[in-house]
Design a protein around this ligand. Structure first.
Ligand code: ADP
Ligand code: MG
Length: 347
């Protein structure tokens, strides 16, 4: 399939006085897998539907490859779309559903049949062509929806929370399947989810959205390790945001004046030999301690009363097995791993 870049430039959409897309700009490289990640109501679906041509924008432009598609009819955009609720035709067979986009395009019958069968094979549904949609499981229906979206060789794929109706195990399996399909086809893909782990697992880059704006766009590891602001830090996993006055150096000083430090729960360690020059320490009283299988979760209360979450892997938990609520401990983390949040206006 062809891979084309997508350019979203200064896009705006308001519903009455409510601004759903607030001057959004994004450039997606040819063949990239980009995820729009954000809480419910942040504008993800609106942006996707604008690309598909179902939402009329108030301003800005959309370009696919060299073509300005801002005012192009949806059926002329040649975009494959997969929704959460499948949107399959229940009265048609599996094959009928997958052939449908080709019928719309007046593809000759024999060729349509051949291409639909090939698309079904790609999503591992060989031999399912004659089944009824009603007889399929949720995961199989989503595969049919995928086959229908790729069968006409779209220029771009858009997926809006395609896995959120599936249970956890199947969802995790399908994350890898969709990514593999993307890698096989090479088609530029924009994927929408509100699930941070799903976004981290699948994406080349993630655009984190909040209230109609992009708050950060970066590779998964960057987003996780170096969030650009407090919203992204807290949205992407267990982030401790600690005022630098509480962070102690091995020589007895503090990191005062550096602002808010973001340290992930799994960034800390606990053991007396950690109090050395390259580490930064924080003292706290254990409030709760819980064994969770692969890790121990400890909640500390720091000197200023703030709560700090520690996740210690079971494999290096020797120093924490004997600890109990009420104990005072010193947690440490390598100084070089600490990410200080940039100062925010109004913060
Ligand atoms: P997300 O997909 O991130 O959950 P949406 O793009 O669906 O968010 O919605 C963004 C905001 O725009 C929400 O506050 C939603 O209520 C509002 N919105 C979406 N579609 C409409 C509409 N057709 N009319 C009025 N408000 C809408
Ligand atoms: Mg949505």
């Amino acid at each position: 399939m062809t891979s084309l870049p997508i350019s979203i430039a200064s896009v705006r959409k308001a519903y009455g006085s409510y601004v759903a897309l607030d001057n959004v700009s994004l450039d997606i490289a040819a063949g990239e897998f980009l995820t729009l990640l954000g809480p419910s109501g942040s504008g993800k679906t609106t942006l996707l539907m604008a690309l598909a041509g179902f939402v009329r924008l108030d301003g800005g432009s959309l370009t696919i490859g060299e073509q300005d598609v801002t005012r192009l009819a949806p059926n002329k955009r040649e975009i494959g779309i997969v929704f959460q609720n499948y949107a399959l035709f229940p009265h048609m067979s599996v094959l009928g559903n997958v052939e449908y986009p080709l019928m719309l395009r007046k593809t000759p019958r024999a060729e349509a049949r051949e291409r639909a069968l090939a698309a079904l094979a790609r999503v591992k549904l060989d031999g399912f062509g004659d089944r009824n949609i009603a007889a399929l499981s949720g995961g199989q229906r989503q595969r049919v929806a995928l086959a229908r979206a790729i069968v006409f060789e779209p220029r771009v794929m858009l997926m809006d929370e395609p896995l959120s109706a599936l249970d956890k195990n199947l969802r995790e399996h399908m994350q890898f399947e969709i990514r593999r399909l993307h890698d096989d086809l090479g088609v530029t893909t924009i994927y929408v989810t509100h699930d941070q782990r799903e976004a981290l697992t699948m994406s080349d880059r993630i655009a984190v959205m909040e209230a109609g704006r992009i708050r950060q766009m970066d590779a998964p590891q960057e987003i996780y390790r170096r969030p650009a602001n407090r919203f992204v830090a807290e949205f992407m996993g267990e982030a401790n945001l600690i005022v630098s006055e509480l962070l102690l150096t091995a020589t007895g000083g503090t990191l005062a004046g550096r602002g808010l430090a973001m340290i992930r729960a799994e960034g800390f360690d606990l053991s007396p030999e950690g109090i050395v020059g390259e580490n930064v320490m924080i003292k706290g009283k254990i409030a709760t301690k819980a064994f969770r299988g692969e890790n121990w979760l400890l909640n500390l209360i720091a000197d200023d009363g703030s709560a700090i979450m520690l996740s210690i892997p079971a494999s290096r938990a020797a120093g924490c097995v004997g600890l109990a609520a009420g104990d005072i401990v010193t947690a440490y983390t390598p100084a070089a791993d600490i990410h200080f949040l940039p100062k925010e206006a109004g913060a």
